[in-house]
Structures are given as structure tokens and as C-alpha cells.
Write a protein that binds this ligand. Structure first.
Ligand SMILES: [Zn+2]
Ligand SMILES: [Zn+2]
Length: 576
């Protein structure tokens, strides 16, 4: 079978198996045997053979000193251990390790370039995903950080990048390398660092300064399974992609989250991994013109799990469902080798049964519950209030159809405040970019329309600042879903109209219209993703404005445990 033009570019070549820490190491190149064989069986042919990246490439994410250290140990593997590399550890030195690590990096970087040139929409590099490597040290079987380097290629081209990491281990290297860049958002789903390497990836690692809110971590308790994992993989990246406006998606599909993996303790299945990959594909098409680089990653059940997980990723990019059964010839070819390594028999289906056939006991049930409750709090902190409310009130779906709006014409005059925006008036108006989330103003306008059209018991109140035929400021409140009073769900002003007191005027008008109690929750998610202010400046502007408008400010304990600058604001009913 040969590749169709629209199939994902498969990155694999003769050098791929040379990334080899030796026969006793868990990250074994033996996985390429059954893995590439199964990919070929479903119609995937390798189309890009990785070659070593040059120093100029590696310097995008690594220090010259570190590259020199790897080169020394590559020539003299018995030399003194340094930079996280040495005998007996996770990253034992081996002859040719510089070339092997640089080859993995080169594969992901050249694949990214092919995507940026428009040669292909999607590429999949199963040997990539070495997400633990740091700027100046090797870590967790990773020498050079190929996902971080592929992201750096896209950044050099001026593009915004959303990185989704599904490996059971925290994507710490990619996060660290890009954590101060507001143009890169990293989202990592993993087993909690309390129990698993690398011991990081806690919810409060949100990024710093202008980039605060662009490092997202969703840790799971040991023994949690797909019932906890998949709903948040569905919800969080799609919502954040709408707010962030990525130009390209990079994802890491480590399959060590699988129930049978020997190194970790989550209970995810190939079925859930397939759905996760298809979800990333949809995000790429909806928000990034289809530009998507997928990598492999961890995965230590090299026969029963890795090949099927890789097949799921490639099939997602090829827009094909997984066949029901794995080929008999593939099973027969690899049965003996799988048995030799205690990973037999080879599964007869691409998808797994629920929980991969393992018992859903009280321990995993409790782990699912605890993980889901924490993920819900994290989602509250990292998602803009308008998108959370719009999704829960049925005004918006994160991966819904694209909409259109009238063209934006800014008169650059003094905007006027429209105290009750109606559907009729909205039909004649456009929404200026970056006034409110989501990043696409047509999508923001569709949310306003749905909020105004909400015929249920909870109609929204919308105040607009209008310049010519364009909305350049919005304040929106809606009745709280539980409790009484109303919630402030949006307050924003387009870039050219900021620093003129417009937000305060919108808020005052909203308070007069609502009359009753008003509550607001402001977290790190409330920012302009294209030109975010420093985190502490953002928080102090919000606090000052709310205080001046008569709100009492408190710190919400559950949210503040993740985002210390989060505020909860409450305003009593007006008395006049
Ligand atoms: Zn891993
Ligand atoms: Zn696609």
C-alpha cells in the first residue's frame, strides 16, 4: 500500500534505531520493529529519514557547553559523567550518542519545516518526543529535546505554538525551555510528580511574567484511568486553543500512560489514545490551518502497546478509523520476540476493551474521582471565564463550526456606550479582535449572539462600547448557575481603546443595569494572549478596577492554591 498525498508524513529511517542506550535500557529501539511493521500494514510508508541536526539547530534550545559535553562522551563513553549523562543512570553514555540524539532532533525539525513550507499538513515522528531534555543537561532518556527544537523552528518563523503532551511523565523540558515565551502554550497531562519522574508538573507551574498562564499541567493520581483522563483531554486543549490562537500544533503521544506500561501507574487504553489523537487533529484543522507535528515518546510495552498506539496517531492524521483487528501476519511475525520479553500475546484488536481489561477496583475509582476534581479546579483557573460559562450554558462549543462576521471598520473616534445591546443591533455590528476571548472575533461575536438569544431562565446582560459599526468593548453578566445574583463573565476592551478608562465605564454601566449582587472570579487566564501584560500588573489592574467599582476582594482558597494572584470579587446589591 502506498501513501496518499494527504497522509501524514511518517518520519523514520535507517538511523532511527541508532538512538540506543543498550540492551538493558527500557527505551529500546526494538520497538521500531513491530511498530514500523504495523504502520506499514495500515498504509504508512516512511517519507522522511532523520539525519543529525547541526549545532546551529541544537543551539536554539541547548547551550554550547552542553552540546560539547555530549560530543565528548559520544567519542569517549567511558569519560567522566557530566550533564546528566553517565554509566548506571537513566542516560548512559554510548558511542555515537551525539549523532543519535541530534538525528532525533533533526527528524522533528525537518518535519516541522515540511509542515511550514506546506509540503504536508501533518507529520508523525514516532522516534521523537524526547521531552525531558533540558537546555544544559540530559534527563529521562532524552539527550536533545526534539519537540522543544521543533517548536523553536516555528517560533523563528514567527508562529504561535500549542504543545499538547500526553506522555505519562510531565513534559518538563519542553515546558522549561518555552516557559517564559508567551507565544508558546504547553499543556501536559501526566501522572502526578508526587509519585513519578520527573517530580514536577504541578498545577501551580503556570509560567512567569508575560507568559503566566501558558504552562498548563494536569496531574493524575496513580491508578487513574481513561474515565478521568479522556474527558479533560477533550475539554482543556480545545478550549485553550480557542483562546490562544495557535498557528501550529505540536503533540507528544507517549503511550506509557497505558494500563500495561511497566514504568508508570495510569490505566489509559489505546482506544482513549486514539480519540486523543483525533482530537488534536481536529484542533489543528479548526485553529491552525491543519499544521500538526505529532511525535511519539515514552512507552515501554514495546510489543503489545507501542505499535498500536503509534498506529492510532498516524490513523488520526490520515483521517481514518482504526481497523478492528490487528493483522494476523503482524501478530505471527512478532509473537516469538514478544514472548521472549514477556509482552505476549499480541493483542488482536487496535482498540482496547475498557480499562484494557483490567479490574476497575476501588483504588482506581478513588483515583479517577480525586484526579477529576482537581482537573476541574485547574480548568477553572486556566480557562477564561467567558469560555467556561459559554460552554457550560450551551452558548458555544470549543470545536464548533467556524462563523463569519461583518468586516471591522474602526472610526478611531470616541466610542459610545450602548447600555443594552440587543440582537437586532448586534446584527449590524462587528467585534474588534482581542476585545474578549476567544481569539477569533467572529467566534466571540457568535458567543455574544448566543448569550443574548438565550431564551432560558438566564438571559445575559451585555453592555458594549461601539465605535462606528464595531464593538470595541464588552461587559457581560449572567445569572449565576447556582446561588443568587449574577456573575461577571466578560469585561474587555480592544487594544487601540485601552488605557482610556473604557473598561471602568463599561463595568459601571453593567452594575447599574444588573442592580443585584455581582460576583467575579479573575484568574491568570484573563489576559490578552497576543500581547499579555506581566502577571502581577494584570492582577493589580483588575483588583484596582473592581475595588473602585465597589467590589469586596477576597482570595478564593482552592483557586489560589494553583494561582496565588487569583481573586474573587463580590459586590452587594445597589441601594440607590
Ligand atoms: Zn514517559
Ligand atoms: Zn487532519
Amino acid at each position: 500500500m502506498s501513501n496518499r498525498a494527504s497522509d501524514p508524513l511518517l518520519v523514520f529511517g535507517p538511523r532511527s534505531p541508532t538512538y540506543d542506550f543498550g540492551p538493558a535500557h527500557p527505551l529500546t529501539p526494538r520497538r521500531f520493529g513491530p511498530g514500523i511493521d504495523l504502520l506499514r500494514a495500515i498504509g504508512a510508508e516512511p517519507g522522511l529519514a532523520p539525519e543529525p541536526a547541526g549545532d546551529g539547530d541544537l543551539l536554539l534550545s541547548h547551550t554550547a557547553e552542553y552540546i560539547a559535553a555530549v560530543r565528548r562522551l559520544s567519542v569517549d563513553p567511558l569519560g567522566p559523567p557530566q550533564a546528566g549523562i553517565g554509566p548506571g543512570g537513566d542516560n548512559p553514555s554510548f558511542a555515537g550518542m551525539h549523532e543519535a540524539g541530534a538525528m532525533v532532533a533533526g527528524g522533528s525539525m525537518r518535519a516541522m519545516e515540511a509542515i511550514l513550507r506546506g509540503d504536508v499538513e501533518h507529520a508523525f515522528h514516532p522516534g521523537g518526543g524526547l521531552h525531558h531534555a533540558m537546555p544544559a543537561r540530559a534527563s529521562g532518556f532524552c539527550i536533545y529535546d526534539d519537540p522543544a527544537l521543533a517548536i523553536a523552528v516555528a517560533r523563528k518563523a514567527g508562529l504561535r505554538v500549542l504543545y499538547v503532551d500526553l506522555d505519562v511523565h510531565h513534559g518538563d523540558g519542553v515546558q522549561a525551555i518555552h516557559s517564559s515565551d508567551p507565544g508558546v502554550m504547553t499543556i501536559s497531562f501526566h501522572e502526578s510528580g508526587r509519585y513519578l519522574f520527573p517530580g514536577s508538573g504541578f498545577a501551580n507551574e503556570l509560567g512567569e511574567g508575560e507568559a503566566a498562564g501558558t504552562s498548563i499541567n494536569i496531574p493524575f493520581e496513580p491508578f487513574a484511568g481513561e474515565d478521568a483522563w479522556l474527558p479533560w483531554v477533550r475539554a482543556i486543549p480545545a478550549t485553550l486553543a480557542a483562546a490562544f490562537r495557535p498557528d501550529v500544533i505540536v503533540s507528544q503521544h507517549g503511550c506509557d500512560s497505558h494500563a500495561w506500561d511497566p514504568l508508570a501507574h495510569l490505566q489509559v487504553t489505546t482506544t482513549a489514545m486514539g480519540e486523543a489523537a483525533r482530537l488534536v487533529d481536529r484542533i489543528a484543522h479548526r485553529h491552525a490551518d491543519g499544521r500538526w507535528l505529532a511525535t511519539g515518546g515514552g512507552g515501554y510495552d514495546a510489543y503489545r502497546v507501542v505499535p498500536r498506539a503509534w498506529a492510532q496517531v498516524w490513523l488520526a492524521g490520515a483521517h481514518r478509523d482504526a481497523p478492528r483487528e490487528t493483522p494476523v501476519a503482524w501478530r505471527e511475525r512478532w509473537a516469538a520476540e514478544a514472548a521472549r520479553y514477556g509482552q505476549a500475546p499480541l493483542p488482536e484488536t487496535f482498540d482496547d476493551p475498557p480499562h484494557a481489561g483490567m479490574l476497575l477496583d476501588e483504588r482506581s475509582h478513588d483515583a479517577d474521582n480525586a484526579s477529576s476534581m482537581r482537573a476541574a479546579v485547574i480548568a477553572t483557573v486556566v480557562s477564561p471565564a467567558l469560555l467556561r460559562e459559554a460552554a457550560s450554558r450551551g452558548w458555544w462549543q470549543p470545536l464548533g463550526d467556524r462563523t463569519d462576521q461583518p468586516s471591522v471598520e474602526l472610526a478611531q473616534g470616541e466610542p459610545s456606550i450602548v447600555g443594552d445591546l440587543t440582537l437586532e443591533l448586534l446584527e449590524r455590528l462587528a467585534l474588534a479582535a482581542r476585545t474578549i476571548p476567544p481569539a477569533d472575533p467572529a467566534e466571540g461575536r457568535a458567543i455574544i449572539r448566543a448569550a443574548l438569544a438565550d431564551s432560558g431562565a438566564m438571559p445575559a446582560t451585555v453592555i458594549a462600547a461601539v465605535d462606528g459599526a464595531t464593538i470595541v468593548g464588552i461587559a457581560m453578566a449572567a445569572p449565576r448557575s447556582h446561588g443568587h445574583g449574577e456573575a461577571l463573565v466578560a469585561l474587555g476592551v480592544a487594544p487601540d481603546y485601552r488605557r482610556q478608562g473604557l473598561a471602568s465605564r463599561l463595568l459601571e454601566t453593567l452594575i447599574r443595569r444588573v442592580g443585584g449582587e455581582l460576583e467575579a472570579v479573575i484568574t491568570v487566564a484573563e489576559r490578552d494572549p497576543i500581547a499579555p501584560l506581566d502577571r502581577s500588573l494584570r492582577a493589580s489592574i483588575a483588583r484596582r478596577m473592581l475595588e473602585r467599582a465597589g467590589f469586596e476582594i477576597t482570595s478564593p482558597p482552592a483557586l489560589a492554591a494553583i494561582d496565588p494572584a487569583a481573586i474573587s470579587a463580590w459586590r452587594p446589591a445597589r441601594r440607590d
